[in-house]
Design a protein around this ligand. Structure first.
Ligand SMILES: Cc1ncc(COP(=O)(O)O)c(C=O)c1O
Length: 429
């Protein structure tokens, strides 16, 4: 079936807001590590998709999954060594205080559970999130995702959701040396506002490094100051590490460690299943105890035998293949390369990131910071034509997002840098 016919059929079969990438959408039929292949056999370098963390269709993950599907796939109502082994391996990557975990199918479900835990523990409902954050697609999480409820079709935040600015030192409201303190103070002010209105704080929920917000790296010390305000108010600190976990940022294994904090709840999803729906909530034993209030917790597929086998294998491969260090090395090379391109191309306003979590912010003018959104779209489409897939994000749709499967290597970095250089040259001519 031609791509045009596939597109028309899809339009008949599903809702129009199930979005597609690219002006001329791709039909991808096969994946292998950091590469995707279309129906003609053309190879694309995947510099965008973080979900296949250890590589598209990594043979060891595929093998473990097939073997388990032949043997058993059932739910958590039976004892399972796979469940215990996966939980143990996952908890071993966390600070000692985070000693309890729950498994779910998606990060949306995991964020929902994190919220329930925070509400049970505090008896409160009011929650603070960052502007342009995205935490999931359920009704409650749309309420907690300004990226959605303040965007097209959105109806704004309900009265129990409070927003703080992204700790963005390039475009945000505070850009100077005291930005960390001032952004943290904004959270302190929101907490005071909640308390003055006679309510209490349930949670502060934030991506440690905001991704949909534009691949932002908050200034050092930001989160530890925010957490102090939250804890003084009796609130729960939830770190959404869906985009930044498992060595993605090079060093350390989780982004919250880089900010020098220990969250009360860590939410994991997407990459931890390498494409299979696995998500997790990791928390302290006392929070899990307060949640154990008589109401049963059960998720039909969460923590299934198959999910645990796959989750365990993805973590094992991540560690054994040294992907964290690899991301640090290749990411550094890319970051330096992007900085060189910035010297040459005035469209590049800012280059930022850590490990293989990188962003290039495009501006029409480096003084006014007017966002170059249409240029970002041109570049992404031109790179696709050159056989490289990247993303676009940020509230102004002007940040090129580079966040590839972790096996993305040195040669791939050269290929991306050279193609981006050429595309930028082409735009200027
Ligand atoms: C930071 C973050 N949290 C949560 C989610 C929700 O994940 P899922 O679509 O797996 O429910 C996403 C998805 O993009 C995300 O980026």
């Amino acid at each position: 079936m031609s791509n045009q016919d596939s597109l028309e059929k899809r339009r008949q079969l599903t809702g129009g807001n199930l979005s597609l990438g690219y002006r001329n959408p791709l039909k991808i039929v096969r994946g292998e590590m950091q590469y995707l292949f279309d129906e003609t056999g053309r190879r694309y370098l995947d510099a965008y998709n973080n979900v296949p963390h250890v590589g598209h269709c990594h043979p060891e993950v595929v093998e473990a999954a097939c073997e388990q599907m032949r043997t058993l796939n059932t739910n958590t109502r039976y004892l399972s060594d796979h469940f215990n082994e996966y939980a143990e391996a996952l908890l071993a990557t966390m600070p000692a205080a985070l000693d309890t975990c729950f498994f779910l199918n998606s990060a949306s479900e995991a964020n929902e559970l994190a919220l329930r835990l925070s509400r049970t523990a505090t008896g409160n409902r009011d929650t603070i999130v960052a502007e342009s954050a995205y935490h999931g697609h359920t009704t409650t999480l749309i309420d907690l995702s300004p990226y959605k409820h303040d965007g097209p079709g959105g109806t704004g935040a309900p009265d129990w959701v409070h927003t703080v600015p992204n700790a963005d030192t390039y475009r945000g409201v505070f850009r100077g040396g005291d930005a960390a303190r001032r952004y943290a103070q904004a959270a302190g002010d929101q907490i005071a506002h909640i308390q003055e209105s006679g309510k209490g704080l349930a949670a502060f929920m934030a991506e440690t490094y905001p991704s949909v917000g534009g691949q932002i790296i908050p200034p050092d010390g930001y989160l530890s100051e925010v957490y102090q305000y939250v804890r003084q108010a009796g609130g729960i600190c939830i770190a959404d590490e869906v985009q930044t976990c498992y060595g993605r940022i090079g060093n350390p294994f989780y982004a919250f460690e880089q900010q020098g904090v220990v969250p009360d709840i860590v939410v994991l999803g997407k990459p931890i299943g390498n494409g299979h729906p696995v998500a997790a909530v990791v928390t302290r034993g006392d929070l899990a105890d307060s949640f154990d209030n008589g109401m049963e917790f059960f998720s039909t597929f969460g923590g299934s035998t198959l999910s645990c086998v796959i989750g365990k294998k993805v973590l094992e491969v991540t560690q054994r293949e040294g992907l964290q260090q690899h991301a640090a090395t290749v990411g550094q090379k890319l970051l330096e390369g992007f900085k060189q391109l910035k010297l040459k191309h005035p469209l590049i306003g800012d280059v930022r990131g850590a490990g293989l979590f990188l962003g290039i912010e495009l501006v029409v003018d480096r003084d006014s910071l007017e966002p170059a959104a249409s240029e970002a779209s041109e570049i992404s489409n031109a790179l696709k034509d050159a056989g490289i897939l990247i993303g676009i994000d940020g509230p102004h749709h002007n940040v090129l997002k580079i966040r590839p499967p972790m096996p993305f290597d040195d040669d791939n970095a050269d290929e991306l840098l050279s193609a981006l250089d050429q595309v930028l040259e082409g735009l200027q001519s």
